[in-house]
Design a binder for this molecule. Structure first.
Ligand code: ATP
Ligand code: MP5
Length: 265
């Protein structure tokens, strides 16, 4: 059986985040990766130098081309940029009855460049989230989506419940932006919370951690793993990718997408 996954996201010319991180992660987890590019960014480890959204027709055609011939077992969304692209992606998910939808609500790049227009947040909540199986916000993204201030672990749980209420089956709240030496990633399935606690690795090379983590979840769901198993593998994948740093670029370098595979040997 060949498992296939589609990423609908922005291109990162620097190769650490976006489409490139997603395809590398799918490949490392032995899932055939396909892409529909929403925007091209000129980007490196120092920041985002340019953002060029693609015409809606180009995004629609890429999704149609992939789906009619190579139907994916799971779909991840990343940088969607505008409310019109969100609207289009939501209608394509419905039209093609796509399954295992993982929404990484990408809003701002590490360096502060906006990857989602402010006015698109309402469409993300009302049109895309009700179709999502999984959402993977970091803490600032969860704050924007819920309007809540998140300080404590209990706050994170309240926010996860609020996101679940928007129609998402599973909320995976990433803890990279929390304080302290321990990182806590949370999974909420509508009934129970599951926690992954890990030591914070001291490094500036964390460009694309969010994309890579959500792509690993998507790959595992494509293989038919449960959400718990998928998050568990994704956690090991990102941990290895941050620990075995490549140390390339002059700024916030990419994570190491082959580290997890090497550790399996
Ligand atoms: N310094 C770190 N040490 C260990 N794990 C980390 C570190 N930073 C992030 N992670 C892990 O990486 C994953 C992504 O988390 P994070 O909260 O950084 O996402 P993100 O902010 O969306 O990423 P990005 O900044 O790439 O958009 C989570 O599983 C998180 O626990
Ligand atoms: C095209 C694209 N998609 C997503 C991100 C977020 O990743 P990060 O927050 O690590 O910069 C990015 N920088 N570029």
């Amino acid at each position: 059986m060949v498992y296939k996954a589609l990423t609908i996201a922005g291109s990162d010319s620097g190769g650490g985040a976006g489409i490139q991180a997603d395809l590398k992660t799918f490949q490392e987890l032995e899932v055939f990766g396909m892409s529909a590019i929403t925007a091209v960014t000129a980007q490196n480890t120092l920041g985002v130098q340019g953002v060029y959204p693609l015409p809606l027709e180009a995004v629609a055609q890429q999704i149609d081309s992939v789906v009619v011939d190579l139907r994916p077992h799971a779909v991840k969304t990343g940088m969607l940029f505008s409310s019109s692209i969100i609207h289009l992606v939501a209608s394509k998910i419905k039209e093609h009855q796509l399954q295992n939808i993982v929404v990484d609500p990408v809003m701002i790049a590490k360096g502060g460049a906006p990857l989602l227009q402010k006015e698109a947040i309402a469409s993300l909540k009302s049109e895309l989230l009700p179709l999502a199986d999984v959402i993977t916000p970091n803490i600032p993204e969860a704050e924007v989506l819920t309007g809540m201030e998140i300080r404590t672990i209990d706050d994170r749980k309240e926010a996860a419940k609020a996101l679940h209420q928007l129609g998402v089956n599973y909320v995976v709240m990433k803890g990279g932006h929390g304080d302290g030496e321990q990182l806590v990633d949370l999974l909420y399935d509508g009934v129970r919370f599951y926690e992954w606690v890990s030591p914070r690795i001291e490094t500036k090379h964390t460009h694309g951690t969010g994309c890579t983590f959500a792509a690993a979840i998507t790959a595992q769901l494509a293989k038919g793993k449960t959400i718990y198993e998928a998050v568990d593998t994704a956690k090991q994948f990102i941990q290895a990718a941050i620990e075995d740093e490549l140390g390339i670029g002059q700024g916030h370098g990419p994570t190491n997408h082959w580290a997890f595979r090497r550790r399996q040997r």
